[in-house]
Design a protein around this ligand. Structure first.
Ligand code: GUN
Length: 304
């Protein structure tokens, strides 16, 4: 039986550590401040942002949600960011993606003070990560490393294969694994004979955003699978391809008309030595690492 790497448990552990740091900072008169900017009403973003704000409040941060309208311009968004850069009580600035088409997302991310860039998306932080220097690292990839370390999965010397090369997950995940001395391969849509590459993985990170893309024959028996995907399945046919005969998922599908599936086909987990479930895996770590990054930013900005 493959071991389930429980995101709930690990996220709770990290949040407890962050809470202890918040207490320690409070004794020095410092309260970490996080501002989350959410444009318009993308349903998934609404849920993510609510969770981010709620968690930061629970941990005792100064927490702010800023909600410009769907019609906002790049110039107006730049004004919002500049104002947050200038406010000393704000340690972390997060602009929830995706943004509407008329907004130049890159210009915004570049405008965030790198010291407050708790998403780790600014080119300065990406460069620091690449150079192996201390940096605010993107939250989801940082969560992947925390899961591996806290579950006792050896990274140094392991063959790590990352499927997906996004700036937000795939690329930084590969760099973090490399910084931990894994032998890293990055795969993408043009990779030839993908299965041959993934079958060499001791650690397989799936971050392509396609439901159930990693199938059992692509996995080395005993490998550790980290499934970063969060895909909503609404079609019966697709549901059956992943969960036929699974009573719990069947009930959920009947009730809500959809279920969430990762980038890994559930049958592939049976071959693994350990894996992160979806939901209940990496997703929870993203928020925990955002909290950790915000405390780190609060400390660094004050030279603590
Ligand atoms: N949208 C989906 N994931 C993320 C994330 O980690 N950060 C931001 N800012 N937006 C997202």
């Amino acid at each position: 039986m493959a071991k389930v790497l429980d995101g709930v448990e690990i996220a709770a552990e990290i949040k407890a550590e962050v809470a202890a740091e918040v207490k320690e900072l409070a004794a020095r008169g410092v309260r970490p401040g996080l501002a989350v900017v959410q444009v318009g009403h993308v349903p998934a973003s609404e849920i993510y942002v609510r969770n981010k704000v709620q968690t930061s409040e629970e941990l005792g941060f100064l927490s702010e949600r800023i909600t410009p309208p769907e019609t906002v311009t790049t110039e107006e968004m730049l004004d919002v960011i500049r104002a947050l850069n200038d406010r000393d009580e704000i340690d972390g600035i997060l602009v929830q993606l995706p943004l509407p088409k008329q907004v130049d997302a890159k210009a915004l991310l570049d405008a965030i003070d790198p010291a407050k860039d708790v998403d780790g998306f600014h080119p300065i932080n990406a460069g620091r990560l690449q150079a192996g220097r201390p940096a605010l690292a993107p939250c989801t990839p940082a969560g992947v490393i925390e899961i591996l370390k806290r579950s006792g999965i050896p990274i140094a010397g392991a063959n790590a294969v990352v499927v997906g090369r996004s700036d937000i997950v795939g690329k930084p995940a590969a760099l973090l694994l490399l910084n931990e001395n894994a032998t890293v391969t990055i795969c993408h849509s043009k990779t030839r004979d993908l299965g041959a590459v993934t079958r060499g993985a001791d650690i397989l990170v799936a971050a392509i955003g396609r439901p159930g893309f990693i199938t059992p024959e692509m996995v080395k028996p005993g490998a550790t699978i980290i499934d970063v995907g969060i895909n909503r399945v609404t079609e019966r046919e697709e549901f059956d391809r992943f969960f036929a005969g699974n009573e719990k998922r069947e009930a959920a599908f009947e009730k809500r008309g959809s279920v969430i599936v990762g980038d890994v086909h559930p049958a592939a987990f049976e071959i693994a030595g350990a894996y992160t479930p979806v939901p209940g895996g990496v997703g929870l770590l993203t928020i925990a690492m955002l909290m950790s990054n915000t405390v780190q930013a609060a400390r660094m900005r004050r030279g603590l």
